[in-house]
Ligand binder design. Structure first.
Ligand SMILES: [Zn+2]
Length: 429
């Protein structure tokens, strides 16, 4: 008779099937009907959703949980956020950054968010953020996969020491090459930065993830240069363009040429819906643009699109809870992904598709995959988006790392049930 360390029974998977999952050590050992199997611990997930963990492919862990220090962003714009962060990083210490980042990782684990790609600012001669987050990456490694991107926030060429410091950060062990071409002094400098950053990645065998065209300016076309350099250097499948908000405002004819180039280069897109809807369109009167890139249109071309979170309680965004379902919920609304198939896709975007973008090994619920999963108080992936429910149990690398009691509301109404959970029986189609 089969025996496991942990057996998760009766859970509904995101594809709607009901299966038991047996875990041995840090691996999924079996999945299917495991009736009669023995286990050190049995977790009854009957009626609940069991998913691979949430994944965030775009975050800023050096800035998180700093909201209000040294002041709040009065205009609500990207540019005031950048200048505010410039003040904050002068006064922040390595210890304080470590403390904020670890506190954020606690939030993430409690939400079943077990892999995060964080950009780390390299425009600081002391590289305090890099030192802090390299340390945090080691500390959280047993339970959270933290991937770091060397991010020259003030411009790879525009900031006088950014280029040298970015290279130094990569030498220190930062995983991915970042950039911000739309923030360079000229379009030409932006294109040159894309070229050099892709060459650095090709030489070092690294992935690329650029903040690309995070603007309402329809003429910001650095994604075109990124697609060109990716195919020129043979980096297909290893490059992501984050934000791509200018595409929202681009000419439709131009986009009809651009999307096949992105698809050919196998570039992934990472829109960040909470932040894009908050920061973009701030210079508009009415109609006021949404500022989200063309998600469904890219997916129709076969382009991988993930949803990123970007910010929680920092100079750019005052809210956030490390819940990737909040991110997908906003994306679903702003991109109008409202059919049952599109809603289900929004769930896979914050799980499987984000994992693919980060090149995570062993992600999933198949035998041999890393034993990481989350049990949610919802009946399906679409219901999870609607409820953004409690994470009843989170398992990371074969260990239970978070539990939360089911938390039904207690009603005091004559002739009505005494509790309610807001689940709904109607089929999601
Ligand atoms: Zn960002």
């Amino acid at each position: 008779m089969a025996s496991f360390d942990i057996l998760v029974t009766g859970g509904t998977l995101p594809d709607g099937t009901v299966k038991d999952i047996g875990i041995t050590g840090d691996r999924i050992a079996a999945i299917g009907d495991l009736t009669g199997a023995q286990a050190g611990e049995v977790i009854d997930a009957s009626g609940d959703l069991v998913s691979p963990p949430f994944v965030d492919p775009h975050f800023h862990m050096d800035a998180t949980l700093s909201y209000g220090t040294p002041r709040i962003n009065a205009s609500g714009t990207l540019l005031e956020g950048i200048s505010l962060w410039g003040e904050l990083k002068q006064i922040a210490s390595v210890d304080e950054m470590v403390e904020r980042a670890l506190a954020y990782c606690d939030w993430a684990v409690s939400m079943g968010l077990l892999a995060v790609r964080s950009h780390v600012d390299t425009c600081d001669d002391d590289l305090k953020g890099v030192e802090a987050l390299l340390h945090v990456r080691d500390v959280v490694k047993p339970y959270l996969d933290l991937q770091l991107v060397a991010f020259p926030q003030d411009g790879f060429y525009r900031d006088p020491t950014a280029r040298a410091n970015t290279l130094r950060a990569l030498d220190m062990g930062v995983d991915v090459v970042g950039g911000i071409p739309h923030f360079e002094r000229t379009m030409a400098d932006g294109a040159a930065s894309v070229r050099e950053l892709c060459e650095i990645a090709a030489e070092r065998g690294l992935l690329v993830d650029l903040h690309c065209d995070e603007t309402d300016d329809p003429m910001s076309r650095h994604i075109e240069a990124l697609a060109y350099e990716t195919q020129r250097l043979g980096l297909q499948g290893r490059v992501a363009g984050s934000h791509l908000t200018s595409m929202h405002s681009m000419d439709n004819y131009y986009v009809s040429k651009l999307l096949p180039l992105i698809a050919e280069a196998e570039i992934a897109a990472i829109p960040n819906p909470l932040i894009n809807i908050t920061l973009q369109g701030r210079h508009d009167t009415f109609p006021k643009r949404r500022g989200l890139t063309r998600v469904k249109e890219m997916q129709a071309q076969g382009i991988t699109v993930g949803w990123g979170q970007d910010c929680v309680r920092d100079p750019w965004y005052s809210l956030g809870t490390a819940d990737m379902l909040d991110v997908a919920f906003m994306g679903l609304h702003v991109a109008q992904m409202t059919s049952p198939q599109e809603m289900a896709r929004c769930f896979t975007m914050v799980t499987e598709e984000n994992a693919k973008i980060m090149h995570l090994d062993g992600y999933g619920l198949a035998p041999g995959d890393t034993a990481s999963l989350v049990v949610l108080d919802a009946g399906s992936s679409i219901e999870a988006l609607r409820l953004r429910p409690d994470r009843l149990c989170v398992i990371s690398k074969g260990k239970v790392v978070s539990r939360q009691a089911r938390n039904d509301a207690r009603l005091a109404l004559p002739g009505r049930p005494d509790s309610v959970r807001r689940r709904h029986k109607i089929s999601d189609g």
